[in-house]
Design a protein around this ligand. Sequence first.
Ligand code: SF4
Length: 494
Amino acid sequence: MILVFSGHNYKYETESLCKMFFSCQRFQIEYEAGDLSRDNLIFTRVKTGKTHTLFYAFVRGEGKFFAKSIRVPKDSAQEKNEQERLLCLCVHRVLSRYVGQGTKWGILTGIRPVKRIHEYWEQGMDDMAIHQKLERDYLVSPQKVDLCITTAKTQAPLLQLTQPKSFSLYVSIPYCPSRCSYCSFVSHSITNRSALKLVPSYVEHLCREIAYTGDLAKSLGLRLESVYWGGGTPTTLEPDQLAQILQAIGQSFDLSTLREYTVEAGRPDTITEQKLTVLKQAGVGRVSINPQTFQNPVLEEIGRRHTAEMTIDRYKLARQVGFDCINMDLIAGLPGDDLAGFCRSVDKAISLGPENITVHTLSVKRSSRLFQSDGLPQNLKDNPAGEMVDYAQHTLMEAGYRPYYLYRQKNTLENLENVGYAKPGTEGLYNVYIMEEVHTILAVGASGVTKLVNPYTGLIDRVFNYKFPYEYIDHFNVMLERKRKVAEFYEQQF
Ligand code: SF4
């Protein structure tokens, strides 16, 4: 598709909106209105006259042509945000007609729609006013507005727990037993010999970074709220390697204020009783054991080397070891899955009774094996992801789970969302803190991104670690040097 910007520079919002209609496609961007009679062309224009401003969009292709304009008094649309909104309404209208359906999130393109609800509440808006605004001004469906408001209500008391100098610790373990077809993370399969060889050195460097970061946190008087190990699949490591990292964290940070300690044991094929015991004894209270689906043929198709039976077995094992807070991830829209299969997976997860169930919508990222540059792969077209997500929401809420965090990603099927559901009182705090950006996340390990948050001003700054384990090890001192920015941030901001 060719995307033309004329008379404006609202590239980010406009292009993001177009991508919601044409998943996985690349756009050829043009800033000058060349030959407008070409096919596969989306044209957007903002033109300000003496008294009025005109917003205009058209799309041409496949023998179809749709156009939409909005003309408003000049004074009413001077702000950038309002101009973008009006232009996006035009684009949304023409693309909805072109593809034959709208989007449930309307023209909202951001990844954190729940943050908006908290902001609206702070401005004094009630739920009805929020409904009106999001439905009328942003074309969001009533169901999604409800979901956002319910999620924000679950979060409200959890956000109260955090203090100005609170922070959470993220530990990155970028290793997995094999690579899933939809994976876009920097995760190395340990079936690769050179990746496996690096693991001991990686763990050793990670422990050094943990010690360095712990000193930093203590010197700045920061208060640790939650620890989260992700990646990757942390339980890919051997029990003694897990113990080494757990010990480094215990020695480097003051854990007396800790409210939650989570380790992703996402792949059931990595879980053993010994590993679970090591984690439990060191104070880990929450683990994720992720079925993704309980359909064995689907698991095989996406490259997961475990069965549904193994997931159930490892879940029971975690209960025996004493874990009383377990999360299970499911994915709507996996290749090879169908509505009935997905519904059975939701029902199965509920019947096992984990405290948290997170429902993701499949996202086809550029760096995943599923990605094709000319659009969605054939086996994902006409996928009933929307019905799957609706079934999950309805069934989980009936079973007593409440949504407690929600985010959106690019290139998800039907532009749907990811939602974490929890039995009341068991919500995963780290997920709320990172999504709502209420306090600093100090990240350690390859591909970790430290996010510095000033809760008074909302100012956010980031420090990036090297992405791949070999870079992380090779440039270790450079990376520690970068972390000085953490101290500078607190000295300047607080
Ligand atoms: S378990 Fe997660 S991180 Fe590992 S390969 Fe699969 S999607 Fe990627």
